[in-house]
Design a protein around this ligand. Structure first.
Ligand code: GUN
Ligand code: ZN
Length: 436
């Protein structure tokens, strides 16, 4: 058995912080010890105690004065859009048709898929993200490349072959039958291999015929334990087109409800323009609304009502995500910084404690995976991020006047990026230092 003892300041959330004074919502150890054995957290506590329990001979890695948190979790992004980031478009549908659908066609080529997969995981690790929920392209080759690379790195990943059979170029269309068959094959090939999870992934109502939605429903019935991911209510043009395509539905959310796709394992990207009826339907089914601030601002989609949705009587579950390549940064720090501003524009607040909860335990809870990731609890996967609040000269200068943990977190969210990530541990293995 291989054991490593990390020494650092440790922060792990236990619940959504109710405010800046909610100290019960997290564990913070000023001189902490975190024992990793066989890729799992084996002990945590004050460093001298953990060291004594670990016995002689355990190797110690000293990360002081840095701060260790559970690795960041990104609940929505697109693997085939690494070369779409920063494409100049007026809105979602123009952006999809002009750039995204062109780029994604290249993933029919296994060699291209494999090359981008390496770069994709490098970028996640560089930014401290240890679990992501990704869309592949419509091609099975893209899912194969994604999961092979994830397996090679022993990362906990959730991803799916996109199902899309209309309103897209021929090179990006499957059929109801082939989308069903290939998704089944991806599940057989990859689900449960290493730490891989497969998600049922109809892209959105516009690119799936009712026949394909029925196939997605059949998959959801066949595999009730799998996550489902799609897009919902991002842009007014998208909503209007969806209403034309599904005239019988009460609204956009009802399209997915009709095909049995709402539920506690269902992740809906964006959810910006939901009516009260739609929010009720999301809440009653335990569905998750995924907030993608850099994308929503970049594409001009609108302001996500995080507090409106999460604090209504019928609360909607929330996750946060980058949405690369509509999103503009791989960094969850940059993402929550933009998220903070989206709330500011609506007269709402998000404390830094809440932000860091959302990047870690909050997203793990949204995925139903809090028993494995998102905390520093004993028995959890040793997926960790080591943060340096003095990672740039400007941040180091500001740190001279920072006196509390919340202020330090807020500084890292406001000014931090990949430079703030000193190390990323994947299943106990230092993964970032090997990249740079
Ligand atoms: N809706 C359907 N596909 C996409 C996508 O790739 N990105 C975003 N932001 N929205 C979508
Ligand atoms: Zn998306």
């Amino acid at each position: 058995m291989t054991s490593t003892l990390l020494r650092a300041r440790l922060l792990s959330f236990r619940a959504l912080p109710e405010g800046l004074d909610d100290h019960a919502s997290y564990l913070y150890l000023e001189d902490g010890g975190l024992l990793i054995r066989d890729g799992v957290i084996a002990d945590i506590g004050p460093f001298p105690d953990v060291k004594a329990r670990a016995g002689d001979g355990v190797s110690v890695i000293d990360h002081r004065p840095h701060l260790i948190l559970p690795g960041f979790i990104d609940t929505h992004l697109h693997f085939p859009q690494m070369q779409v980031v920063g494409s100049y478009a007026a809105n979602l549908l123009e952006w999809l048709n002009t750039y995204t659908f062109v780029e994604e066609q290249k993933f029919v080529d296994p060699a291209h898929s494999a090359r981008i997969a390496v770069r994709f995981f490098d970028e996640l690790v560089r930014h401290g993200t240890t679990t992501a929920v990704a869309y592949c392209s419509v091609h099975k080759a893209s899912a194969d490349a994604f999961f092979a690379e994830s397996l090679r790195r022993n990362m906990r990943m959730i991803a799916g072959k996109v199902m899309m059979d209309r309103n897209a170029p021929e090179g990006l269309r499957d059929t109801p039958q082939s989308g069903y068959d290939e998704t089944k094959q991806v599940i057989a090939d990859w689900h449960g291999k290493g730490r891989n999870h497969v998600a049922i992934t109809p892209r959105f109502a516009i690119t799936s015929t009712p026949e394909q939605m029925e196939m997605a429903q059949a998959l959801a019935r066949d595999y009730p334990d799998l996550h489902i991911q799609t897009h919902l209510s991002e842009n007014h043009g998208e909503i209007a087109f969806t209403r034309e395509l599904y005239p019988q539905a009460k609204d956009y959310t009802d399209v997915y409800a009709h095909y049995g796709l709402l539920g506690p394992k269902s992740l809906f990207g964006h959810c910006i323009h939901l009516s009260d009826r739609e929010a009720d339907a999301m809440s009653e089914t335990g569905s998750v609304a995924v907030f993608c601030p850099t994308s929503n601002l970049f594409l001009g989609s609108g302001l996500f009502g995080l507090k409106r949705l999460s604090q209504r009587e019928k609360a909607v579950r929330i996750a946060v995500a980058t949405d690369i390549g509509g999103g503009t940064s791989y960094s969850m720090l940059r993402t929550l910084d933009e998220g903070y501003k989206v709330l500011q524009l609506q007269g709402e607040r998000m404390t830094p404690l809440e932000s860091f909860y959302r990047m870690t335990l909050g997203n793990a809870e949204a995925l139903g995976l809090a028993d494995r990731i998102g905390t520093l609890e004993i028995g959890s996967d040793a997926d960790l991020v080591v943060l340096d609040a003095r990672s740039t000269p400007a941040m180091a200068l500001k740190m001279e006047v920072v006196t509390t943990l919340a202020e330090e977190l807020f500084l890292m969210q406001t000014m931090g990026d990949d430079r703030t990530i000193t190390e990323t541990y994947v299943a106990g293995r230092p993964a970032k230092s090997g990249l740079i």
